[in-house]
Ligand binder design. Structure first.
Ligand code: SER
Length: 343
């Protein structure tokens, strides 16, 4: 039996690169990728095939599906929250219409294979919208159904796409003859801000965490676009990849929900700056809050309640803030830049 084929969209993004490496190391799947920009030469050996193109291009997606028996989709391609506010219509096109194309392709593929393609979708804390800092503090660890009132186009897009995925799994073409077995099997995770040692995100609003760390490791001064008390949940990239694979591999029968919060640790900008300064004592951070980006971060919860994920498919993060720095971020980043970390 050849190994099953996984399609990764947005493979050149932060999560994509890390996922690609992990799938290659584990060796259980053959990987096909699509991204707007060509995958760098060094990552190509990890893939069965790579496509450079737009997920809005239906012809390209149909061509990919015709050439490969795709059994799993990680649909990672998206315009993040700050970028989305610069061009909300474009964000809607990429984040919603692009997802719709992928859901259609995966559903058709399920029909061809005669079994449900598993479709894993990274959603976000951006689906939440707390109205005030008092309410944010009162709520603390937010549950999935609370405050689903996003203030960004990206958050609206993710919230709606969670529903689209549920709809495609349970009800798509309910007037037609689509057999239950031919539907897809959609699973979404609501990620906190992600911090990777390998890459810096672009266009997000949780970016102050990773940007602060990478600037310190490079020896650059960092101007933080939120105030020191701005607090949201974060997660180290290896945990994000673990959670994607964890929810992918969970038996359908154990999943009581379509959408799961996944948490690791919660930290304010000041707490991250303090932790960065312990490893990079020369780090310099000044706070010059951008009113819009700071407001977006204030609308996001300070932490997530991930009880459902823990109960249904055994989610456990490996890294809290301290361990993320000592065992993952600092050692890996030290190799990447010419910094002089001290523990
Ligand atoms: N990291 C994303 C962003 O900042 C949130 O999911 O837009």
């Amino acid at each position: 039996m050849p190994k099953p084929v996984v399609l990764i969209t947005g493979a050149n993004g932060e999560i994509g690169r890390a996922l690609l490496r992990r799938l290659h190391d584990e060796g259980h799947y053959r990987v096909v990728t699509v991204d707007l920009t060509p995958l760098p030469e060094k990552h190509r050996p990890y893939c069965l095939e790579t496509y450079a193109g737009n997920i809005m291009d239906r012809y390209l997606l149909d061509q990919i599906a015709a050439h490969h028996e795709i059994e799993v989709v990680f649909h990672l391609a998206a315009l993040l929250s700050t970028r989305g506010e610069r061009d909300p219509e474009l964000a809607h096109q990429v984040n919603v219409e692009g997802t719709l194309h992928l859901l259609r392709v995966a559903t058709n593929q399920s029909g061809r294979l005669g079994r449900a393609v598993r479709f894993v979708f990274p959603s976000s804390i951006a689906v939440y919208g707390l109205p005030t800092l008092e309410e944010k503090a009162r709520v603390g660890r937010i549950e999935e159904e609370e405050w689903n009132l996003p203030i960004t186009m990206y958050g609206c897009n993710k919230l709606y796409c969670e529903q689209l995925g549920r709809y495609f799994t349970l009800h798509y073409r309910q007037l037609g003859a689509l057999a239950t077995a031919a539907r897809l099997d959609f699973r979404a995770l609501r990620f906190p801000g992600l911090i990777s040692a390998e890459t810096v995100p672009t266009g997000g609003t949780s970016d102050f965490g990773p940007e602060m760390l990478h600037a310190a490791a490079r020896g650059d001064r960092y101007t933080c676009f939120v105030g020191p008390d701005a607090k949201i949940p974060f997660m180290a990239m290896p945990d994000a990849i673990d959670s994607l694979l964890g929810v992918l591999e969970a038996e359908r029968a154990t999943l009581r929900h379509t959408v799961y919060n996944v948490g690791a640790f919660s930290a304010s900008a000041r707490e991250i700056a303090d932790r960065v300064a312990r490893s990079f004592p020369a780090a310099q951070v000044e706070y010059v809050p951008d009113p819009v980006r700071a407001k977006i971060v204030d609308s996001w919860p300070e932490d997530v309640d991930d009880t459902r994920a823990r109960e249904d498919w055994g989610w456990r993060p490996a890294y809290d803030l301290e361990r993320a720095f000592t065992e993952y971020l600092v050692p890996s980043i030290a190799k990447r830049y010419e910094g002089a970390p001290r523990g």
